[in-house]
Every structure is written in C-alpha cells, then in structure tokens.
Design a protein around this ligand. Sequence first.
Ligand SMILES: NC(=O)c1ccc[n+]([C@@H]2O[C@H](COP(=O)([O-])OP(=O)(O)OC[C@H]3O[C@@H](n4cnc5c(N)ncnc54)[C@H](O)[C@@H]3O)[C@@H](O)[C@H]2O)c1
Length: 414
Amino acid sequence: MTESTRRDFLQRAALGTAAFLAYPPSSVLGANDRIRIGMIGVGNRGQDLLEEVQKVRGVQLVAMADVYSRRRDEAKKMAPGIQTFDDHRRLLDMKNLDAVIVASPLHTHARHFLDTLAAGKDLYAEKTMTWSIPEAEQCLAAAKDSGRVIQIGLQWESSGALADARKWIRDGAVGRVTQVNSWMSRNTPHGKGQWARAVPSDCTAQNVNWSAFLNGRPDRPFDPFRLINWRLFWEFSGGNATENMVHQIAWIMTALDLPLPSAAYMSGGVFSEKDGREVPDTIAVTLDFPNDIVVTWQSTFSNNHYGLGEHILGSDGTIEHTWGESDMVKGESGEGVRYFSERVNRPQGPALTGKTPDQDHMTNWVDCIRTRKTPNASAEIGYRSAVAVHMANLAYRQKQRVTLEMAKTVKPEF
Ligand SMILES: NC(=O)c1ccc[n+]([C@@H]2O[C@H](COP(=O)([O-])OP(=O)(O)OC[C@H]3O[C@@H](n4cnc5c(N)ncnc54)[C@H](O)[C@@H]3O)[C@@H](O)[C@H]2O)c1
C-alpha cells in the first residue's frame, strides 16, 4: 500500500465504522507496514510501556511528550532518534503519527484522551480512564464517535484467568452469584509511605512545563513535590481506588458482565503513614449492583501477606483468583485461577484450574490497529470501571452512601 493510500484510509477511518466497511482490514495496514507511535507522559509507567511497545513487531516509536526535561532525556536514551516535546499538542500535530500511548498523571488523562482522538490517532490510555465521572462520560462519547482503536491500560482484561473465569460462569458452573469479595494489599518499610517518591535535584521550574502539568488546576508557584508525588493528592489523583481497585473492579465487571453500580460506600483513612498525603491508604469499599450482587474491595498499605485477589461466590461454585498470595505451607506465591464446586448444588462438579495463557495487552492493541477490531480493554470497560471507583471515592469524601444518580450530578472538586 502506498503512503498516500494508507493516509487516505486512516483519514476515512476517523469518519467511523461505516467508512471502515468500504476498506477491508486486510488491505489496510499490511503486515509489513510500520505503525508509528508517540507517547505522552513517560515517567515510571510510561518507561515500562516504552520498553513493551518497542518489543512489538512492526512498530516504531517516533516521538514523546513530557513536561519534565529529565523524562525526555531518559526516553531519548531508551529510544535513540525519537523527537521530544514539552507540550503534547506539538506531538499530536505530527502528521506521520498513527497512534499514541498516554501514561500521564490521572488529572490529565481526559485532556490527552480527547486531544488524541481529535487529532485522528489510535490510543492506548492508561487507567483509570479519567479523573472524574463527567470526564468519563465525555471520553466515552468521544470514543464512540471516533472510529479509533482504543485500549485502556487495564491489562488484566487480557489475562487468561479472566477468560477461564468467564467460561466457567457462562457454562453455568458457578450458578447464581450474589457476592464477590476482593482485596489488595501492600507493605513498605516503617517510615516510608507507599508511593512516596524523592524529588530529583534537577526538578526545577526551568526544567518543567508547570502550567501544562497543572492542566487547569488553580495556578500556583512551581511545586516539585506535587509534580513527583501527584498520586497523594485529590486534585491530581483518586488514590488507591483509581490506582488499583480499578484493575480488579474491571476484571470482576467483565467476568460477570456487570452494569454500573447502583450505590457505593467507602470507609478508611490515612492510617499507615501520616506523611501529609490526602488519599487514604486503608480502604473498605462496598458496591451494590442492580442485579442483586454486592462486590467488596479492601486494601491496606501496612500488610501484604494475602497479596491481591478476588473470590466470586456462586450458589453452584466458587472462583478464586489470586495474585501474589503467600502460600503458608510451601512459602510460594503466584497468580492463579481455580474453581471449586458447591457440594450442596453440584455434588459431582470437579475442581478446575485455569490454564488459558495471558495475551500481551500491548500486542493486542497493535494487532487491533491493523485489523480495526475492538481491543480487550475497550473505552466501555474503561468507563464502567472509572464510574465505579469514582463512586467509591465520592462516598469516602462525602462520608455517606452515594447512589449512581447522586454521583452523576456531583460537580467534581479539586
Ligand atoms: N496499568 C498499570 O498497571 C499501571 C501501573 C502504574 C501506573 N499506571 C498509570 O500510569 C499513569 C502514570 O503513572 P506513573 O507512575 O508513571 O506517574 P509518573 O509521575 O512517574 O509519570 C507521569 C509522567 O507524566 C509527565 N507529565 C505530567 N503532566 C504532563 C502533561 N500535562 N503532559 C505530558 N506529560 C506530563 C510527568 O513529567 C511524568 O514523567 C497513571 O495514570 C497511573 O495510574 C498504570
């Protein structure tokens, strides 16, 4: 395919699905056509994704944008020859760019999501999809209209364990599910709070595009601590609900095909290390779903014995998905999904262990850019999981039970 035909296709693709039908996927991006990728936000996670995407065949990383010069220098070392920018809009102006990976702080996600789609590029957007519920609605609407291929960085949606759990549920082996319990736990040395990062000496006003980081938050003098430790503060973050609960709630929602929650409750506080952070480190969430299911999620940053996992409790069977749980007998830990029948309703049901291999989440996105299929973690699950975790945070901050209707009318507060 010539360069001009290829661009022509990509432009038509931006018009929506109808346009795609006239252009069969096989003639779109041939196996040998390189997909040119840019990145926005190349800090901790972004650098992991940079390594991941460079391993995928047929992909070329051509540019990145980050507000902090240190990150631009690090990215150039990891991917020599790439162009760098301190403003994501310059990256999106590039004509020879097909797709963009966004791994910026949460409060900038919606802006980077919407600007990337408006520029006609395919998108890999880190979780949580957005910082607020209104932003999640805006992004979902834009995604539906865009015809772009969008993968949310909810990589467990590509896990073999999820495929196994869905099959057991579909096959009827689990029966009626009324409750799912899930948990996530970590620990740190005494005196060092989870996520707390030292500020590098070159993190100065000269080296940072501070107004781009603020992204509409109230203006103030350069504050390197907040730039580096944005996760600890509500105006930039959603705490552990948006960092980790979102992965597990998306997994549970996909396994059971759950709609939006009808109500949320959340208790907890800053109990582990009182280091000035606003977001709680100890959390107990309950989500009510309209189809008679209650999902709980608990997390602590002061003990990691049980790692993280989910228990799906059905009338006919149980699904146990654990990751990093300590095995007290053998002293081992690891990921696994298992099924146990409930003797009272399924006396002959065998115990099962999931065997489906994981898919590589990044490769799944790149494959979908070629085939124009929907990736494993679509904007739709990005939206549903974002609304669920934001409902939980609203309940915590308002110290009350929050219904979906209430959550949708609340104006987000910095
Ligand atoms: N999927 C996962 O498993 C996973 C794991 C870790 C983090 N994450 C997500 O990745 C995102 C980034 O997390 P992190 O730990 O890498 O944070 P980080 O602070 O290390 O990196 C963010 C980068 O974005 C840059 N940045 C800030 N504002 C910007 C802007 N307006 N434009 C361009 N760049 C900007 C910062 O300079 C920094 O380099 C978060 O949303 C986080 O939840 C996902």
